[in-house]
Design a protein around this ligand. Structure first.
Ligand code: ATP
Ligand code: MG
Ligand code: MG
Ligand code: MG
Length: 434
């Protein structure tokens, strides 16, 4: 992407109403534009990050055995009357009417719809277990939309739904998602901790929230320090095998949000291992048994010929919230420091002297080597402006090329995360970034 032709706008002033760093930086870096309260347009830089986050979520869901579908955003009220949630859900639900005066709604979640789809086709215990997910926009009319995309009204969520024959199967599905979540967040460079949590309006009796620690988090959390030192990606899990050891490790150390906080269990932890902090909820998994299958008449024929209501769970990830959460965890005064896996572009080539033949030639070669994953700052701007913008946008690598270095065939390579700089030949620079 040549910056001279790209739509990658920045804001000079820090927007006054943005209270936290990620919100400020997303606005300043031109990632999103609020179009009305809690509703955002994603501009090219933000959209690329959102897609990278989404793709990691997708890959880990697929790996864990879930299958992707796409359900619509608009649902009929009838489905929600069947589960009894139409009235119970309250003012967070955006309710609409079509031209025939039929009651519709913009989905805040999809338990009812997926149960309806599944009951149409699943007839026998052989149709179980299954896990279906989609990545789709949700709408919740939050009382206080704030912190940018972290608490939007329209937001992108991955939601998966598992169907099992019995309790043991449902626990297995739950563990698969538990482990998939650990991996998903770790791949984005986040330290997400599963914590005992309330089930809220989804209902049910077993649930974990995944949170990252951040001063600006909206939840108060309590956890055992051991959980912060565990290497999640060290070995690939066998999703067909027994995942209990992984889940047991995490659940054997204390970690709870304040709704579930248990003073006695907390006090049993040595004081120097206690961590009490603020956290951001980025994912949430629930087991709720037959709550929806029973109320909505989903039944399959069991192995003994008798009808059974499948045991279900649901599993959400805040895909758009993650973009903000990743920035909360990776920024400094100058801007964003993207982890490589979700960076909008991995490399920025900064040409400090347009029109100098050696400088232009070196920049062209570097840019050509990474074109799809690089921005080329070929704007007629001062060096200081280019440095500041590259730091703000947070590309993991900056290749700085000026006439003095170019004459000697050298590139200055800067690592955004650490500030380290090196002078390298073109070939070495390319090899380093690859
Ligand atoms: P919160 O406690 O932050 O209101 P929630 O518990 O209501 O979230 P869930 O129903 O568990 O949310 O939804 C699954 C995930 O969707 C959450 O873990 C979060 O990452 C994301 N999410 C929920 N509400 C929002 C929102 N208003 N804006 C962005 N992401 C959201
Ligand atoms: Mg909520
Ligand atoms: Mg919550
Ligand atoms: Mg939740």
């Amino acid at each position: 992407m040549r910056l001279s032709r790209a739509f990658l706008p920045t804001l000079k002033e820090t927007p006054a109403d943005a209270q936290i760093a990620s919100h400020r930086l997303m606005l300043r870096a031109g990632m999103v534009r609020q179009t009305s309260a809690g509703i955002y347009a994603w501009l090219p830089l933000g959209w690329r990050v959102l897609q990278k986050v989404e793709q990691i979520v997708r890959e880990e869901q697929d790996r864990a055995g879930a299958q992707e579908i796409l359900m619509p955003t608009i649902q009929t009220a009838d489905l929600w009357r069947q589960s009894g949630r139409y009235d119970a859900y309250g003012p967070e639900m955006l309710r609409l009417k079509d031209r025939h005066d039929r009651e519709m709604l913009y989905g805040p979640t999809n338990e009812e719809m997926v149960t309806d789809i599944f009951r149409t086709y699943a007839k026998s215990y052989r149709d179980l277990p299954r896990n279906l997910y989609h990545i789709q926009w949700k709408f919740r009319d939050e009382v206080r939309p704030r912190f940018g995309v972290m608490r939007g009204r329209e937001f992108l969520m991955k939601d998966a739904y598992s169907f099992d024959l019995d309790y043991a199967g449902a626990q297995r599905s739950y563990r698969q998602m538990f482990v998939a979540y650990l991996r998903t967040f770790a791949r984005m460079g986040l330290k997400a901790i599963p914590m005992q949590a309330d089930t809220g309006p989804i209902g049910g009796n077993l649930s974990h929230e995944f949170l990252i620690l951040a001063e600006t988090g909206e939840s108060q959390v309590y956890l055992h320090r051991d959980l912060l030192d565990f290497d999640v990606l060290g070995q690939a899990p066998d999703y067909e095998g027994d995942l209990s050891p992984i889940v047991d490790f995490w659940t054997s150390r204390y970690a709870a949000t304040d709704e579930k906080h248990d003073e006695a269990a907390w006090n049993a932890i040595p004081a120097e291992r206690q961590v009490s902090a603020r956290g951001i909820e980025i994912g949430h998994i629930f087991y709720f048994g037959t709550k929806y299958s029973a109320s909505m008449g989903l039944q399959v024929q069991g192995p003994d010929g008798k009808p059974v209501a499948p045991e279900m769970g649901s599993y959400g990830i805040g895909v758009s919230r993650l973009v903000g959460a990743i920035i909360e965890a990776n920024h400094d005064e100058a801007g964003i420091k993207w982890p490589e896996a979700v960076a909008p572009f991995r490399l920025a080539v900064l040409n400090l002297k347009q029109g100098d033949a050696a400088t232009d030639a070196l920049c062209d070669k570097l840019y050509a080597a990474f074109e799809a994953d690089a921005v080329y700052d070929d704007r007629p701007e001062r060096a200081g402006v280019k440095f500041a913008d590259a730091d703000l946008m947070g590309y993991p690598w900056q290749a700085i090329v000026g006439p003095r270095g170019a004459a000697a065939g050298k590139v200055e390579l800067k690592r955004r995360a650490t500030g380290e700089r090196e002078e390298l030949s073109l070939e070495d620079a390319i090899a380093r970034i690859r």
